[in-house]
Design a protein around this ligand. Structure first.
Ligand code: ATP
Ligand code: MG
Length: 583
């Protein structure tokens, strides 16, 4: 129901069929393979000498990898897999930093029609083991050091893991492990990609685990259609650009937009193996003349801490950022203050966009050329149909007799839903068919996020269904409260939860990280409370403020409100495999 009332901002001629036609497909009509579109196609078109990757090492030295080199190295890796008896559908996981071998492995795996499963190198032994087991991983490509620290002792418990391959200088394979360099040297550099079903499994991604146990989302080769099209439409990415996606490939952003989309568009991608520092990042943007930059709100907020608005932009000002044309962010709500900071300090706004591991590519975005409404995630991309659905008592979409109700009045809050049908839609949660089925109702995919849409079709993130606070009859989205808190001059970051209250049901409690130079004391807590009351009114403003310089976050940088709540209420912490170690 309600098809005609759902919104989509279909622009001009765009359709997913049209986007599919922008790709070549395998020669001889043998299907569609991500690696062919991302690498080989450019070589066949005479662009083999173009830089595909500019890999920046921790010491800032740069290794350039051309499309031609990547084509040959990934052919070698595909041949190596074949020689090991690894074939179609077998899972090949990567557990390593951002280095050229990662790209070789992912592309070679896809060429061999095996399944690439990128893992985050900073995971501890427990989450690594869990994902290797859940993913039934056959081959693990990692470094000797990571293997020794995270896998070696548990290998006995992973009988499905047949081969471990070590990447990197100085790694010495021992019994039961292989050397990446030897393996490639022994393998030929030509490879014919076998017939590949566009619906065949290509990528296995685990969700961030912000609200629950991480789920393994299955994606297929056809996803490349959406990766490419949305990088053009939402990130304004063009073939001659230098692009930098700061996300780790262990997260879906780092694969969809750190690997597949830019390569498929034939751009030059910056790959930084180093850790964040404001100086390093501005330096990379300047030295590599980055045109399009895709990052996360948590990174923007770190940069904001070093150069607050109103102060002279000494640090960014000492770098030449004139090549930058478009900045986008994803993963968490981007508070309005961050958009304005971009405009003032970098001379460019930050374009928020929204998607999930499950959607595989950007679905809702602030696109180039449209005026940004700070705080909004933008509008559905062409041929994406979104809607806000009425919610029931459990906070999720209300399903009555198999039907949902689309809320059409502007500003109505409900569960964000999408009409399935875009190419990068996930095709299942691994080994969890029932959980997958429960994501769909009445022809809609239910995202688990709460949003509202304004009269002009812009979507605003309210919260996750699991995080929304119910206080004195109001439903309060933590993000709105966190955004107001971050407008206070002393506040760098905030996490907001509901605490049980005999009268109100729940009351709003804020955990606040202070900017340098501010002292946590009762006076400041009172000032912050009064400040948010003036902005939000007494119903929404936090009743309690406490200071916390180390908010629990996922490794992808998201505040884990469920953990703040569990700690506050003395409840079990649940699955914390995604928790970032506090430094
Ligand atoms: P889990 O599903 O395991 O709890 P997760 O949802 O954090 O983890 P991801 O798929 O990495 O895992 O993240 C997608 C989620 O991130 C979205 O559903 C949404 O809640 C949040 N998100 C992404 N982009 C935005 C955005 N622009 N604004 C607000 N929230 C966003
Ligand atoms: Mg999720």
């Amino acid at each position: 129901m309600g098809e005609e009332t759902a919104t989509s901002s279909t622009g001009g001629e765009f359709s997913w069929q049209w986007a599919r036609r922008q790709l070549d497909g395998l020669p001889g009509g043998r299907g569609l393979n991500i690696a062919h579109e991302a690498v080989d196609r450019h070589v066949m078109a005479g662009r083999g000498n173009k830089a595909a990757l500019r890999c920046v090492a921790a010491d800032l030295s740069v290794t350039t990898v051309t499309y031609g080199e990547l084509a040959r190295s990934s052919n070698r890796f595909a041949n190596a897999l074949r020689s090991l008896g690894v074939g179609r559908g077998d899972r090949v996981a990567t557990l390593m930093g951002r280095c050229p071998e990662l790209y070789t492995t992912v592309m070679g795996t896809l060429k061999n029609t095996s399944v690439s499963c990128p893992l985050f190198a900073a995971f501890g032994p427990e989450p690594v083991e869990e994902r290797l087991r859940l993913g039934d991983v056959r081959v693990l490509v990692t470094t000797q050091e990571l293997y020794a620290r995270k896998v070696a002792e548990r290998r006995d418990r992973l009988p499905g893991l047949r081969h471990v391959v070590f990447v990197g200088p100085g790694s010495e394979p021992n019994s039961g492990t292989l050397s990446f360099d030897d393996l490639l040297a022994r393998s030929g550099d030509s490879f014919t990609i076998p017939r590949t079903d566009p619906q065949g499994m290509a990528l296995l991604h685990f969700t961030s685990g912000t609200t629950g146990t991480p789920k393994g989302a299955v994606h297929v080769h056809e996803a490349v259609v959406a990766h490419r099209a949305t990088a053009s439409s939402a990130l304004d990415l063009r073939q001659d650009d230098v692009f930098w996606c700061t996300a780790d490939p262990g997260w879906v952003t780092g694969t969809s937009y750190g690997i597949v989309a830019p390569l498929t568009l034939g751009v030059t991608t910056v790959v930084d193996a180093g850790e964040y520092s404001a100086r390093r990042w501005y330096g990379i943007l300047a030295d590599h003349r980055v045109n399009v930059w895709y990052t996360a709100p948590t990174a923007i907020r770190m940069l904001m801490r070093t150069t607050p608005r109103g102060s002279p932009p000494d640090l960014p000002g000492s770098f030449d950022l004139s090549a930058l044309r478009f900045i986008a962010s994803v993963g968490e709500p981007l508070n309005p203050e961050a958009v304005r900071w971009g405009e003032e300090i970098l001379g460019l706004p930050i374009h928020d966009n929204w998607w999930q591991t499950e959607t595989g590519s950007i679905m809702i975005a602030n696109v180039a050329g449209e005026r940004i409404r700070p705080g909004s995630m933008g509008r559905p991309l062409p041929d994406v149909q979104a809607a806000v659905l009425e919610r029931g008592r459990d906070g999720r979409a209300l399903v009555t007799d198999g039907h949902v109700r689309v809320l059409n009045s502007p500003e109505a809050e409900g569960e964000l839903a999408l009409r399935p049908g875009w190419p990068s839609m996930f095709r299942g949660y691994l080994n969890a068919a029932e959980r997958y089925r429960s994501c769909f109702s009445d022809g809609w995919y239910l995202t688990g996020d709460i949003a509202k849409r304004d009269a002009d079709g812009h979507y605003w993130f309210v919260g996750r269904a699991d995080d929304v606070i119910k206080s004195a009859g109001h439903l309060i989205g933590p993000f709105e409260v966190e955004s107001a808190l971050m407008e206070h001059p002393a506040v760098a970051e905030a996490g907001v939860i509901g605490c049980p209250d005999p009268v109100a049901g729940e009351i709003v409690k804020a955990f606040v990280t202070l900017k340098p130079g501010f002292e946590p004391d009762n006076g400041l807590a009172r000032d912050i409370t009064a400040f948010t009351r003036r902005r939000l009114g007494p119903a929404m403003a936090p009743r309690r403020v406490s200071f916390d310089q180390h908010l629990p976050k996922t490794r992808s940088g998201k505040v884990m409100r469920r953990l703040l709540r569990a700690r506050e209420l003395g409840l079990p912490e649940g699955d914390i495999s995604a928790l970032e170690e506090t430094k």
